[in-house]
Ligand binder design. Structure first.
Ligand code: CU
Length: 175
């Protein structure tokens, strides 16, 4: 796939060089900036579907959603930031017969063309120390940093969530 893209781009460069020397009308459609759009694609090829945050009056809470990898290569989310709180990438693991959460080693890996669910009881973005109460309807912005340096920004809306309450109470499940 990358070699196809490369040769197409190389061809586009050759074509625009040719049309530039010929210097006539239809050349303008070839100058549409497509190479630039393709160059920017790796940074935005990951999208976040239906992001949301569990509302919390105080203490830790978590953000969820579906990470969608639209590319032909695996994408790794290495870290996340938010103005609302320091963030850690967490996963759930069985420990001494209990589900506990812990930092996700190596980050979230989204396979080529696949999706990766962040959901209560599974992987999530942990808001370690929210600066203020997070009320239903609040909109929180997040930025994911990918392996290779790209970033993906998204906004998640806060909503109440009753299930798995115990998992996200301050102190619970965190050693
Ligand atoms: Cu957590």
């Amino acid at each position: 796939m990358p070699t196809v893209v490369l040769s197409r781009r190389t061809l586009a460069v050759v074509v625009s060089a040719l049309t530039a020397t010929l210097a006539v009308g239809c050349a303008s459609t070839e100058n549409g900036g497509e190479p630039a759009a393709e160059a920017a694609a790796p940074a935005s090829a990951l999208t976040v579907r239906d992001p949301w945050v569990k509302a919390a009056d105080s203490g830790m809470t978590a953000a969820f959603g579906t990470l969608v990898n639209g590319t032909g290569a695996d994408v790794t989310v290495e870290s996340a930031t938010s103005p609302a709180s320091p963030i850690e990438l967490h996963t759930m693991a069985m420990k001494d017969g209990k589900m506990v959460m812990q930092p996700k080693e190596g980050g979230f890996v989204i396979k080529a063309g696949a999706t990766h669910e962040l959901a209560p009881g599974g992987d999530h973005l942990m808001l370690m120390k929210p600066a203020a109460a997070i009320k239903p309807g609040d909109e929180l912005s997040f930025t994911l940093t990918l392996a290779g340096g790209g970033t993906v920004a998204f906004t998640a809306v806060a909503k109440p969530f009753a299930g798995a309450q115990e998992s996200y109470d301050p102190g619970m499940g965190h050693s």
